[in-house]
Write a new protein. Sequence first.
Length: 128
Amino acid sequence: MACIVSGLIVEACLAVIILILLPIAVDIPILIILLAIGPLLVMFATFMIIAVTSRFPSSAAAGVSAAAFIPMIAISAVFFLCFFLQMLLQMNPLAMQVMLALIIAALTFVTYFIATKWFNRERLVTGL
């Protein structure tokens, strides 16, 4: 929970900086990115780390640092999938942003349920 809260605070600060301090035109796709896709990516990455390190504890071992690459690989795969779908379906940018937000929301809920199912506190304590 602490990772999600701190990630959302950082995302909110970035959104404020982009919306107030940068001289860019604010339109609907930018608001979708800042207010929907960004927070969903924070939650998706956190749940992905929890799910994979719960299922494969050796990925979180000291010195391996594989846990840091898990969300980057998952997020890259989601973006490649969405951009492939955009080219395949010839979507406009607004529809693509909405599609991306919906796909990431669905994946976030799926990884949340997987992470809560796989997380076992007793196994983590006995592994120490």
